[in-house]
Write a new protein. Structure first.
Length: 108
């Protein structure tokens, strides 16, 4: 199972997300659930770094991603970050609706 933990600050803004595990929906290399989750979170990470210009140092390993945002962001950076990460959340929530036996999404 894939476990996704999303941490929000007191303003309900995402400040960190961690993805761990493998879905086990099908064989490695053909698992559409793993591919979907990976695409959603990596699109967000790439958007944060390459589009919004946020300096991140995500930890990425096989079956693991940990992305913590900088504590200080400008108003424009926060706006871009919120847009990208809430879009990621919508995608992940839809994946959970369809494949909830394989993906667990927790918000803290």
């Amino acid at each position: 199972m894939i476990t996704i933990d999303v941490t929000r600050n007191k303003n309900c803004q995402i400040v960190r997300f961690t993805v761990e595990g493998h879905a086990g929906y099908s064989e490695r290399g053909t698992d559409i659930v793993c591919a979907s989750v990976t695409t959603a979170v990596m699109t967000a990470v790439n958007g944060l770094t390459d589009v919004a210009g946020i300096q991140l140092t995500p930890v990425i390993k096989d079956g693991y991603l940990d992305c913590k945002l900088p504590e200080t962001l400008s108003q424009q950076e926060r706006f871009s970050t919120d847009l990208l990460l809430e879009s990621m959340m919508l995608t992940l929530q839809n994946i959970v609706l369809q494949y909830g036996d394989y993906v667990n999404l927790r918000e803290m």
